[in-house]
Design a protein around this ligand. Structure first.
Ligand code: GLN
Length: 453
């Protein structure tokens, strides 16, 4: 049934880059075989999922939605996807995304933008599914798959989840292995599940997470039983409301939904306390220095020699081939990030920009440490607005970057953070609320999410 839904919706939503119906069916058949043999079933037995096309999948094209990787078929499997197959899940296909996970609307994909299944009341304008995990969010919202992988460098799980009314959690940095995930900004990249509800996220995160010696930043800690630990009772818990997140430019409807979320958590027994995260306003500028700096280094490997596309003009030497391949292979947003990144890392500007941004990052992490002495979890909006029409921000990178204003602080601090649906706005579009937790306390985040859900 899911294979049929995926095929039927492709023209309208463009959520998938490649479909693999046979892999989803194999997983379903494996459940029958395991049952017949009396074997115990894995956590995700038979569940058909979508795989963001940023995860290397053995024998299946992996593009990061970039022309430069078109035709690249990995000979290895990412650790996270391998963990999911081990737990019994099956792959419906590779999901569309913003090119190299850079973007907030899915409009930077080489394979065309994903279209949200949602519409404003009384309008037929196509809306952004969020980004970069927009194929994942659209596919789940349209019921093409019950769950999908996402990655979150500066909001790419949480913002698309909020835009389509689903749940998604970015775990603590290091929980999910980055091995085999196409790198964007290595000190920020983190994989996580996106699904219809908090319980499904808990189940899938258990399957995805775990120590991996192949990723030097992988957390060497046991994976908690998050599903078994789910508990929406917030009595005895303190929920922090960060004063500095009441920013100018935030939609009044977002502020109203935040107030409703506060009431829901109070009803669930939580004590509400105001907390301060004084360096919040520097998080977005720091992110847009650190992330492009790391991206410019990570993307140096796409040179036309090792992967995918090669543009070799007649009579060209090696340098010409690099230049021609990159000119043709990278999209505009990717080139913009590479240029910003190499600039802030260059000898004359390193101290003024990159080093300074790293210091700001420490201040932001310290803000959270201080706040979590007064509360157990933090509640904030996920995004400053609901979803917007495709095309609206495409020519204004700064307006696009502002989408991430509430998402990037938790990314810079490496903390677990989740978006859960929080009802609809006056136009009938979904809004999301964000819960940020202490490092390693995914359980606290999931439980507060469950209380809101
Ligand atoms: N929208 C942000 C960016 O463009 C975040 C992307 C992400 O988390 N992968 O960098």
């Amino acid at each position: 049934a899911f294979n049929a839904n995926v095929a039927a919706a492709q023209a309208a939503l463009n959520a998938f880059i490649v479909v693999t119906p046979e892999k989803a069916l194999e997983a379903a058949d494996a459940v029958d075989a395991a049952r017949a043999k009396g074997e115990t079933l894995g956590k995700m037995a038979g569940v058909p999922i979508g795989m963001k096309d940023l995860f290397a999948t053995k024998g299946v094209q992996t593009t990061a939605a970039s022309h430069i990787l078109e035709g690249f078929v990995p000979e290895y499997e990412s650790t996270v996807s391998a963990n999911l197959w081990k737990a019994g899940a099956g792959m419906l296909g590779k999901l569309n995304l913003d090119q190299f996970a850079m973007g907030s609307s899915n409009e930077t994909s080489y394979f065309g933008n994903v279209i949200s299944p949602w519409r404003k009341q009384g309008s037929n304008a196509a809306l952004a599914p969020g980004g970069s995990s927009g194929g994942s969010s659209a596919a789940i919202a349209a019921r093409l798959c019950p769950a999908a992988t996402g990655t979150d460098t500066g909001g790419s799980i949480r913002q698309p989840a909020a835009f389509v009314g689903i749940s998604g959690i970015k775990p603590t940095y290091g929980r999910c292995s980055r091995w085999g995930v196409v790198a964007f900004a290595s000190s920020l990249d983190q994989a996580g599940p996106m699904a219809r509800d908090v319980t499904d996220c808990a189940i899938m995160l258990e399957a995805m997470a775990g120590f991996d010696p192949k990723d030097s930043t992988s957390l060497d800690m046991p994976v908690p039983q998050w599903e078994a630990g789910l508990d929406p009772d917030m009595r005895g818990k303190k929920v922090g409301i960060p004063r500095e997140y009441r920013m100018d430019g935030t939609d009044p409807e977002i502020l109203a939904s935040w107030d409703r979320g506060i009431e829901w958590l109070r009803d669930a027994g939580a004590e509400i306390v105001e907390v301060s995260l004084p360096h919040t306003k520097y998080a977005l500028p720091a992110y847009y220095i650190v992330a492009p700096a790391e991206a410019s280094s990570n993307l140096a490997r796409y040179d036309g020699v090792r992967y995918g596309l090669r543009d070799l003009p007649a009579g060209a030497n090696l340098q010409d081939m690099y230049a021609a391949t990159r000119a043709a292979g990278f999209g505009d947003e990717v080139k913009r990030r590479i240029m910003i990144g190499t600039y802030v890392l260059s000898a004359g500007f390193y101290d003024a920009y990159y080093n300074q941004a790293q210091r700001v990052r420490t201040l932001i992490a310290n803000d959270f440490k201080a706040a979590f002495e007064q509360c157990d979890v933090i509640l904030a909006p996920t995004t400053p607005t609901a979803s917007f029409p495709l095309g609206d921000k495409v020519d204004d990178p700064l307006a696009m970057y502002l989408n991430d204003v509430f998402a990037v602080p938790a990314s810079l601090a490496g903390l677990p953070a989740m978006s859960v649906p929080a009802g609809l706005n006056a136009d009938g579009l979904p809004l999301g609320l964000q819960i940020i937790g202490r490092a390693f306390d995914e359980q606290g985040v999931l439980n507060a999410g469950l209380a809101i859900e």
